[in-house]
Design a protein around this ligand. Structure first.
Ligand code: AMP
Ligand code: GLY
Length: 436
């Protein structure tokens, strides 16, 4: 098979790496890729991830057998529809289904229709109506821009002033452009978050093991929201024994509804969950792998990713073809100082070879390029250092030991990736061994 992966982050490096292990894979291309994908020996191309015409032309020219879009933007722009039109299989949803991520109001309405638990909400097209709602019902509330906003279009407002400001920024100042044509105002929920991703073949969903992302920039979930500063799998918060039940509650009803509307969902459907005292609630859907959740998840995958993806595309997903390492995988993101706000590019990255001498460590590149034989940074998130361990504590210790070998001026990373999981494990242990 000739495979094209779309995107340039750590997720795409992980996809290229895992697909490269498939006996089915003859040649892998990535558009546009990064320094890490180049080091894997695949072909980085110049085509940008949002250049839909260019991607279709590239797929035709290179006689691609399977296209794997990494990020959400090409999906919402209709890459899968366009590829299907020219007879090229793609592992991802069409633009109708991609609205689950591209329009939060669409996602909310489908959750309401199918009975998936989610925060109570109202959708507004009009600034004054949204503001009147806040004045009438007060805070705390959560304000969400309807469209794609690179993870920044959600404001958890502690008081009415912050909520009114968020509506002003999103709808009037159009801080996220057309994404702010509508806002969703919803109840603030409380609880710990966990991710449930499922392979979907249009009718069937097979859950991946649970994962937990760390969205805030700094330790103890402080600081601005980022794309994700680290992740691990499995997350003790969502036990493997509960995955099927959770998929029944939060993923399968949506899959049925989409199939009934003539748009069977292919690819990864990702439910961002909050486990509240009243039960699990869906905060959002993503219609692709998360970054960095993809990196630890794929480190645990046994089985042939190219085959699994083709089975999804062909509507013949076989749960028995998918199995997972019993080990825990944990990835920590090394970011450039200043991220997620302004940061420097072109920083020298040293020490990768030393870090990779750990047998159970894989370094996925998120924003790197190779220039004059040197590895330099090209993005805010630069690397995701991912380790396997027989338990969470060991995976965490190895990932951090490997990170210490890497040197990059002004680089920073969170020191507490996995700590929430370790605390949960300690509590579970206490509960199962009550003091006599
Ligand atoms: P979303 O993009 O919808 O997942 O929102 C981004 C982040 O905002 C989530 O990961 C949560 O931490 C937070 N969030 C979103 N919706 C809510 C809610 N209803 N209550 C509390 N926090 C929320
Ligand atoms: N890490 C969160 C996301 O990929 O959306």
């Amino acid at each position: 098979m000739r495979i094209l992966v779309i995107g340039s982050g750590g997720r795409e490096h992980a996809l290229v790496w895992k697909l490269g292990q498939s006996p089915l894979a003859d040649k892998i291309f990535v558009a546009p890729g990064n320094g890490g994908t180049e080091l894997e020996g695949v072909t980085n191309t110049m085509t940008a991830a949002d250049d839909i015409d260019g991607l279709v032309a590239l797929s035709q020219k290179e006689k691609i057998d399977l296209v794997v879009p990494g990020p959400e933007l090409p999906l919402t722009l209709g890459i899968v529809d366009r590829l299907r039109h020219v007879g090229i299989p793609a592992f991802g949803p069409d633009s109708f289904c991609a609205r689950l991520e591209g329009s939060k109001s669409f996602a909310k309405q489908i959750m309401t229709k199918t009975g998936v638990p989610t925060a109570n909400y109202t959708i507004f097209n009009d600034v004054e109506a949204a503001k009147n709602h806040i004045v009438k019902f007060g805070a705390p509330v959560v304000i969400k821009a309807d469209g794609l906003a690179a993870g920044k279009g959600v404001v958890v407002a502690k008081n009415s002033r912050e909520a009114l400001q968020a509506v002003e920024d999103i709808m009037s100042a159009r801080a996220f452009g057309a994404a702010g044509e509508k806002v969703i105002i919803e109840d603030r929920l409380q609880g710990e978050e966990v991710s449930l991703l499922c392979f979907c073949d249009g009718r069937h969903a097979v859950p991946l093991p649970s994962a937990q992302d760390h969205k805030a920039a700094f330790d103890n979930d402080q600081g601005p929201n980022t794309g994700g500063m680290g992740a691990y799998s499995p997350a003790p918060l969502l036990r493997s024994a509960d995955l099927e039940k959770m998929a029944d509650l939060t993923v399968r009803p949506v899959l049925e509804e989409l199939a009934a509307s003539g748009h069977p969902f292919t690819g990864i459907l990702y439910a961002g969950l909050m486990l509240t005292p009243d039960g699990p609630c869906v905060l959002e859907y993503n219609t692709r792998f998360g970054d960095p959740e993809c990196q630890p998840l794929l480190m645990r995958l046994h089985g042939d990713l190219a085959q699994i993806m083709m089975d999804c595309v062909n509507g013949s997903l076989d749960p028995t073809s998918i199995s997972w390492s019993k080990d825990t995988a944990l990835g920590v993101v090394l970011a450039a100082g200043g991220y997620p706000h302004s940061y420097s590019r072109g920083l020298m990255i040293n020490g990768i070879e030393e870090a990779e001498t750990f047998q159970v460590v894989k370094i996925f590149h998120s924003g790197s390029i190779i220039k004059d034989h040197a590895l330099i940074s090209s993005g805010g998130r630069v690397l995701c250092v991912t380790a396997l361990g027989e338990d969470l504590a060991k995976a965490q210790a190895t990932a951090y030991a490997a990170l210490e070998k890497i040197r990059m001026r002004d680089g920073f990373y969170r020191r507490d990736i996995g700590d929430k999981g370790l605390r949960r494990l300690a509590t579970n242990k206490e509960k199962s061994c009550p003091a006599r």
